[in-house]
Structure formats: structure tokens, C-alpha cells
Design a protein around this ligand. Structure first.
Ligand code: ADP
Ligand code: MG
Length: 341
């Protein structure tokens, strides 16, 4: 009987060991095109089937949101809102309503430096083909910019743009918002840790396979083309990080850099910063505020961030680096002389 018990124990132990080796955690990573950029999804999972299926569902979610919120497609909900500007409220899905609410939160907290009604001016610029609109065109379209003219009705789930010609463009928040939603899908499908990186808008959850934090690099905004020089690494878990910079979508004419982050007051590129990296809980927040603080500039920007308890690394127009106190313990710097703000 005693031997029998030992035998059972040994068999159970063997089954346990087998189960352990079969269900060992691995890291799975995929990169696909979505949201007009490359989105990478990394997950830690004990099953390749579970990982692959969760990743597929997360990409489906990204594609679904991209379609719903596309500024340039006639059949999106955003286009329906824009078409009826100055005319009537439009009933929208919960997601469209939510992203607009989040965008308005960013506008109210950045003195309107983040403003999704920049749409008409965004359409005048073409950074790929180096098209610079004339001042008169810009002035005309800038007149109708104003987030205060977005009227939202929560119970009715409607959005109304009060002025004719107004257009909302969610380009400054969509990638972060979608990254948050993709992470929710991964979690709902049993994934405990991972990272969704929609270009510069990144949401992390849980920890890496070896128990360490996720590391995200901040690029030097003035590096030689082709190089990939990192000026700092931020270590995170269950946080999001976004960088907005003047170095990815831009062209130069007569020594002036024209880039895609526009000051809603002038309709022209904003010139107070080279790059702004924001760290916070939600990627929708980090995405919108990285764009908004870029426009607001470092001084006012730091005041806003301190008030809201949001962390940031700001590189201003002269290359001076500002880092908020909250990041002191989670940032590794590769540069000298970087004052903490
Ligand atoms: P990227 O899209 O390169 O990650 P951002 O998140 O900073 O960069 O978003 C820039 C995009 O947001 C622009 O291409 C435009 O569509 C839109 N945009 C530009 N200026 C503003 C602004 N002041 N407020 C809100 N959205 C903006
Ligand atoms: Mg942004």
C-alpha cells in the first residue's frame, strides 16, 4: 500500500512536470499595418494558440476603430459628424462618443492647444508632397477652429459641430485610444501581460516574461537620418507612453521646418518643442497630451502636467531637456546635463 502511494505520487509528479514544461510562458510578437501605421503587439502567454487568437482579435479591434474614426473615409462616423456640421447632431457609437469626450478633456486642460477641430487646416497641409498652403487659406480655415463648438449629448449619444465647415480630425488621439482598446481585448482573451505599440503610442500591461518592466526608448529628435539614437529609456508596467515630435512628418523650405503638429490658433506648425513624451495610465491621454503639450510649449506645459500629475520628458526648441519628478526613478538617461523640471 505504501509503495502504491509512492507510485501514485511519482505519477502525479511526472504529470505535473509535463504540464509545467508544456505550459511554459513564452513571448509572442507580431507587427501588422493598421491605423495607417505599423502596430506591434507583444504578449506573454503559456499557449501559442491562445496568444495568436488574442493577437488576431486585438488587430480586428484596431481595424474596426480605424474604420469608425477615419477622418478621410466618407463612410466613417467621424465623416458623418463632419458632413452635418452647422446642420444637426449625429448619433454615434459609444466608442466615437468616448474618444471625443477624451479629446475634449485634453482641450480643456491645455487651453485648447489640443483641438480636434483643426481638421480643415490639417487638410490644407500636405507634408508628404511638401505642400504649404498660403496664409490667406490658413486664416480662413482657422476662423472655424474651436473645440467649444463641439456639442455632445451623452444620453442621446450625439455629437454636433455648431459651425458650418467645422471638421474633427482624431489623428492626434486615435492611436492611443485604439491601443487602450486593443489591450482591453487582449485582457478579455486571457492575456495577463503585453504591449501594444501603435507607432509612438504605446500601452503596456503586466510584466515581461522574466518579471522585468517593459522598456520604451525615446528617440533623439535631431539625429542623423537612418540612425536610431535613443536619448532615454523609460521602464513601465500598466502605463502608457506617447511621443509627439517634429521629426517624422515634416518638410523643410528656406531653412524652416514645417511639420504636422499645428497650433489651432494660427493654423501653422507649433515651434516651442522638438519632442514631447508623456507617461500616464491611458494611451488616449498620453497621445492627446503629447500633441497638446507640444503646442503649449515647455513652460506652460510643465505647469499643466504638474497640476494633473502627469509625467513627461520634453525636449524644447533649443534641445533643452525637461523631465518631471515622477519619472526620476523609472528613466535611464543616455545624455548629460538634463535638468529635472
Ligand atoms: P503622430 O500622429 O505622428 O503620432 P500626433 O499624435 O502628435 O502625431 O498627432 C498629430 C496629428 O494630430 C496630425 O497629423 C493631425 O491629424 C492632428 N493634429 C495636429 N495638430 C493638432 C492639435 N493641435 N490638436 C489636435 N490634433 C492635432
Ligand atoms: Mg498625439
Amino acid at each position: 500500500m505504501k509503495n502504491f502511494k509512492v507510485l501514485i505520487f511519482l505519477i502525479l509528479w511526472a504529470v505535473f512536470l509535463c504540464a509545467c514544461s508544456k505550459h511554459q510562458e513564452k513571448t509572442y510578437k507580431e507587427s501588422r499595418e493598421s491605423l495607417h501605421t505599423i502596430v506591434s503587439i507583444t504578449v506573454v502567454s503559456d499557449s501559442s494558440d491562445k496568444a495568436k487568437s488574442a493577437i488576431d482579435k486585438a488587430y480586428n479591434e484596431l481595424d474596426r476603430l480605424a474604420k469608425l474614426l477615419n477622418f478621410y473615409a466618407e463612410d466613417s462616423e467621424v465623416s458623418a459628424i463632419n458632413r452635418h456640421a452647422g446642420d444637426r447632431p449625429v448619433k454615434v457609437s459609444a466608442e466615437t462618443f468616448e474618444i471625443i469626450e477624451k479629446a475634449l478633456y485634453a482641450s480643456r486642460n491645455t487651453e485648447g492647444a489640443f483641438d480636434i477641430t483643426v481638421g480643415p487646416v490639417v487638410k490644407l497641409w500636405d507634408f508628404k508632397n511638401k505642400v504649404m498652403p498660403n496664409t490667406e487659406q490658413i486664416r480662413e480655415k482657422t476662423k472655424i477652429i474651436g473645440y467649444r463648438h463641439i456639442v455632445i449629448d451623452r444620453p442621446a449619444s450625439t455629437v454636433f459641430l455648431e459651425k458650418k465647415g467645422m471638421q474633427i480630425d482624431l489623428g492626434g488621439i486615435i492611436k492611443g485610444y485604439a491601443a487602450d482598446k486593443a489591450v482591453a481585448v487582449l485582457k478579455a482573451n486571457g492575456i495577463k501581460s503585453g504591449i501594444v505599440a501603435a507607432a509612438g503610442d504605446i500601452k503596456t500591461f503586466g510584466k515581461r516574461q522574466d518579471g522585468s518592466l517593459w522598456s520604451v526608448g525615446i528617440k533623439n529628435p535631431r539625429q542623423k537620418s537612418g540612425a536610431d539614437e535613443i536619448i532615454a529609456v523609460v521602464n513601465l508596467s500598466n502605463q502608457a507612453i506617447s511621443t509627439s515630435g517634429d521629426y517624422e512628418r515634416y518638410f523643410e523650405k528656406n531653412g524652416v521646418r514645417y511639420h504636422h503638429i499645428l497650433d489651432p490658433q494660427t493654423g501653422q506648425p507649433a515651434y516651442g518643442c522638438r519632442s514631447v513624451t508623456i507617461v500616464a495610465k491611458d494611451a488616449a491621454v498620453t497621445d492627446a497630451f503629447s500633441t497638446g503639450i507640444f503646442v503649449l510649449g515647455p513652460k506652460k506645459g510643465i505647469d499643466v502636467l504638474n497640476r494633473l500629475g502627469i509625467d513627461a520628458v520634453i525636449i524644447d526648441k533649443d534641445g533643452k531637456v525637461y523631465i518631471t519628478d515622477g519619472l526620476k526613478n523609472s528613466i535611464e538617461l543616455m545624455i548629460k546635463d538634463s535638468p529635472f523640471a
